[in-house]
Design a protein around this ligand. Sequence first.
Ligand code: NAP
Length: 245
Amino acid sequence: MSDTRVALITGASRGIGRSIAEHLARAGRHVVLLARNETKLAEVAESITQSGGSASIYVCDIGDSDALGEAVMSTAKDCGRLDILVNNAGILRDNLLLRMTDEEFDDVMRLNLRSVFVTCRAAARPMMSKRFGRIVNIGSISGVIGRPGQANYSAAKAGLIGLTKSVAKEFGAKGVTANVVAPGWIETDMTADVPEAVRTEAKALTPARRLGQPEEVASAVNFLASDEAGYITGQVLCVDGGMGM
Ligand code: NAP
């Protein structure tokens, strides 16, 4: 495995994270799939292996900072390297600001922002030691333009942009890049329960006039995680059909 680049992807059991793992595996990376649901992770790993790729799984709740930091460090130790980190796992706890509870705010900050700080901190040393690293953090167009009902989510995703730019500046000289991919509306479990009227409104606000697919986000991540993208850092790439323009 020593010549093969190793990628750790959080939230890889379904949706955008699964697609990112499949793209990176097709590009020849060994992918380490992290989420809570062991059965689903094993299914994704099996499917990647069946297609000729290389995958392993790591069961972890990203809300547990100690366990998450350990997941990153043991991946680097067990695989002998950690080249690519994709912070994709995330949650929604939407509510109008006047009704939003402290718990709804804190849960989203913990899972969507603090977890990213934890993994970046843990990944920095193994990446710097090899003078190579690609960190891709999955933000959201909500973190760029805001969205009603998402004060918590928009704040966390906007914070993710600041965090990523700081990481890019701290580790740029060591060969480590850090970028954000900010999706618009993508068809996954996260958006499956959104009422039809809201989906119609989202399409109307999107120049492409449709929702996006996980593969469209994954291909952008795959590029930013590639060796060829070494001179791109601290950037926010919106994969949103033009919604955020
Ligand atoms: P999804 O279908 O709901 O999948 C979420 C993934 O995160 C799952 O693999 C889930 O796995 C994992 N996850 C959730 N909570 C976790 C926890 N506490 N610990 C570990 N893993 C956890 O979401 P998605 O639509 O693919 O979204 C992926 C990312 O894209 C998120 O950061 C989201 O904010 C962002 N995004 C999505 C959209 C969209 O329209 N879908 C738009 C903009 C941004 P388990 O449940 O097995 O743990």
